[in-house]
Design a protein around this ligand. Sequence first.
Ligand SMILES: Cc1ncc(COP(=O)(O)O)c(C=O)c1O
Length: 396
Amino acid sequence: MSRFDEEIDRYGTHSVKWDMMERIYGVPAQDGGAKDGLAMWVADMDFRPPTCVQSALQSMLDHGVYGYYGDDQSYREAIQWWMQTRHNWTIDPKSIFTTHGLVNGVAICLETYTAPGDGVVLFTPVYHAFARTIRAAGREVVECQLTQGEAGYEMDFDAYDAQMTGKETMVILCSPHNPGGRVWTKEELQGVADFARRHDLILVSDEIHHDLTMPGHTHLPMPLVDESIQDRLVMLTAPSKTFNIAGAHCGNVIIADETLRARFAARMMGLGMSANSFGLFMTEAAYSPEGAAWVDELVPYLDVNRKLFDAGVNAIPGLKSMVMQSTYLAWVDFSGTGMTREEFTNRVQNEARIAANHGPTFGTGGDSFLRFNFATPRARIIEATERLQAAFGDLQ
Ligand SMILES: Cc1ncc(COP(=O)(O)O)c(C=O)c1O
C-alpha cells in the first residue's frame, strides 16, 4: 500500500474542492452518509505533503509565536537548490520574489509591464485564471488557439503572427501545459521565445507544473532554451502544485534581468506586499532532499492513476482523454459522443456524480472538454471510471 492510497476525508475542512462542489457543480460531496460525489475538479491533490513540510509547520506551532518573518537567506537558497538539482537551472537568489501564489504573480506582472487596453496573448485552451485576471485588470485577452496533433496540443506560429495587431505587449505561456498536459519541446519553446521577440512582448512563463512530468518526459525551463530571452523573461514557479500546499499561497517570480526586476520590485513595494511566514517555512522545508524523495514517489503513483483513468475513459466510445505528458489533470474530449455540452456534463455531474472543470472556462477550443483531476487515492480513480462507464453505458 502506498502512502497516497489513504482516503483522507476533506469534507467540512473549508476545502474548495470538496466543500464547494455542490454549490458550483450541483454534486454533493461525500459526507459519510448517502452522498457520494467525487471531487475531480480544482488542481489540488487529496494527499498530505511530505513529513518535512508537516514537521516545519509543527515546529512553528510548538514555538507558538507568530511574528514578522525575517532573514530569508535559507529560504532563497532552498529555492536555488531545487531549481539547480531538479531542473539544472542556475538562478541568482537575488532574482526571487515571493507573491501570494502565482495568480497574484500574474496580476502583478500585468500591472508592472502592461497598460490598460494592451493585448495579452494566451495559447488557448489554457488555465482559466489567466484570462480572468487579464480582463479584471482592464487588458485584452488575445487568444492564439492551439491545434491538435499526434502528441496533443501544438502551436502554429504563422497563424499567430498573422493575428498580431501591434497592441500586444505580453504573452503568458503555461509550461508544462494545463489543461493539455504537454511538456513543450525545445523547438516549441524556442518558437515561443522567437515569437515574443518578433512582436516585442514580455514573456511570462508559468512553470508551476514543472515537477510533475510523467516518466519519459523532461521539462525544460525557458532560460535553458534561450539564454538571450532573459531581457524580456519573467519566470513563475511555486511549490504549491508539487507538494499540495496551495492554501499557503506562496509563489515565486524569478527575474534575471535587473531592469525588469527593479520594475517588479517597485510595483510590489507600491502594493505593500510581503510574504506570509507559513508559506516561506513550508517552501523551505519542501525544497529539500526529503521533499525530492517524496516527489519521486508521487510521480509514479500519479502515472499509474493517469493510465488507469485514461484506459477507463478511452474504453467508452466517443470519449478521448488527451495523452498526458505532465500534471495530474486529464483533458477529456466528449465531442465523439455527438451529445450537446449540457447533456454530457449532466451525465458526468448527475449520473456519475463527479465534479470536473468545464472546458469552456479554459477559452476557445475547450467547448467539448471536461478536465478531471486524478491526484486522489487510486480506489477513487477506479470508482470514477466505473461510474463514467455506467453513465455512458448506452454508448457501449
Ligand atoms: C498554470 C497555473 N498557474 C497558476 C495556478 C495557481 O497558482 P496559485 O494557486 O499559486 O495562485 C495554477 C493552478 O492550477 C495553474 O495551473
